[in-house]
Design a protein around this ligand. Structure first.
Ligand SMILES: [Zn+2]
Length: 232
């Protein structure tokens, strides 16, 4: 299945993986804070579940909408570049042929071969060849916003399910500590993966994400307790 285009360079792939990790991180952080806050305010399981599910739906939609806007902009940009290339091909085909020949030379073909390849491809599909070589875009397979939308919604939801499932477990008074630990383990994993992707120091990245998760949960826990004491 080839939903996304723009040639999959390793960089692009790791960008997508990074986006998926960031999405699940977001899901873990925001929903853990939400359910722990409600639980510490003495919310019943059904209220915790309602808050958790609402948090997941709202968060996933907001992630997806943000992703949709940014990928749509990228797609519009690709279209504009292709349109410009098309115009250039119409207005100055001779220059464009030379340009394409040079691009193949730069890739390592000798002048004669490059010229032959450029001529043949120009005859077959000039716009396709130029978009590919100059812009690294396949005009028949532009970046698909729906891929990014579903990927971010899915990664957010999968992250968010960890604290929600943990807090729904029948552990009585231990439910909040269990959730706390489950979330910190999950964040350790996402922190480790994101460090591996970016090639940065794993311990530092893990510490950063785990500390921010712990802070978020402690703060929402205290807010919940406060509401309970005040009796809202
Ligand atoms: Zn061109």
């Amino acid at each position: 299945m080839k939903l996304i285009h723009i040639k999959s360079s390793p960089n692009k792939k790791s960008n997508r993986l990074r986006a998926a990790v960031m999405g699940s991180n977001d899901g873990i952080l925001s929903v853990s804070g939400l359910v722990i806050g409600v639980a510490s305010a003495n919310g019943s399981k059904i209220i915790i579940l309602t808050a958790g599910v609402a948090g997941i739906v709202a968060g996933a939609i907001s992630m997806a909408a943000g992703e949709f806007m940014s990928v749509s902009a990228e797609r519009d940009n690709e279209k504009a570049l292709i349109a410009k290339e098309k115009l250039e091909l119409e207005q100055n085909p001779k220059y464009e042929l030379e340009e394409l020949t040079h691009l193949y030379e730069n890739r390592g073909l000798d002048t004669a071969t490059a010229s032959r390849v450029a001529k043949q491809l120009t005859k077959a599909d000039a716009l396709g060849a130029h978009s590919d070589m100059e812009l690294n875009i396949n005009p028949n397979n532009l970046t698909n916003p729906w891929y990014a939308v579903s990927a971010s919604a899915i990664s957010y939801t999968s992250g968010a399910l960890i604290p929600l499932i943990a807090i729904m477990l029948p552990f009585g008074v231990m439910t909040i500590p269990v959730t706390f630990v489950a979330v910190l383990i999950a964040l350790t994993i996402t922190g480790y993966i994101s460090a591996k992707i970016s090639g940065s120091h794993a311990a530092k990245a893990i510490l950063r994400v785990v500390l921010s998760g712990a802070a978020a949960m402690v703060i929402t826990f205290m807010i919940g307790k406060l509401f309970k004491i005040v009796g809202v």
